[in-house]
Design a protein around this ligand. Structure first.
Ligand SMILES: [Zn+2]
Length: 74
């Protein structure tokens, strides 16, 4: 069996990687489109993406040396 990348259909694993990398760098248009397409059909990755989005916003509003991450609710 050969493992070939399948064009515009990234795996959950790849989408998780893209979501994580998107926090550190700007994703390319192609990467964003692939991610979007996958998110439209995959609930698990949509949730993951949402959580990362929240995390990202939290990290922006708090300095990195603010201490241990708490479980604050808005
Ligand atoms: Zn997925």
């Amino acid at each position: 069996m050969q493992k070939k990348p399948r064009g515009l259909k990234p795996t959950c694993r790849e989408v998780h990687r893209l979501v994580s990398e998107g926090m550190d760098r700007e994703l390319s248009t192609v990467e964003r489109i692939r991610m979007r397409l996958h998110l439209m059909v995959c609930g698990a990755c949509t949730r993951f993406n949402g959580q990362m989005g929240l995390l990202r916003r939290a990290m922006r509003s708090f300095p990195p040396d603010a201490g241990a991450p708490g479980r604050e609710r808005p």
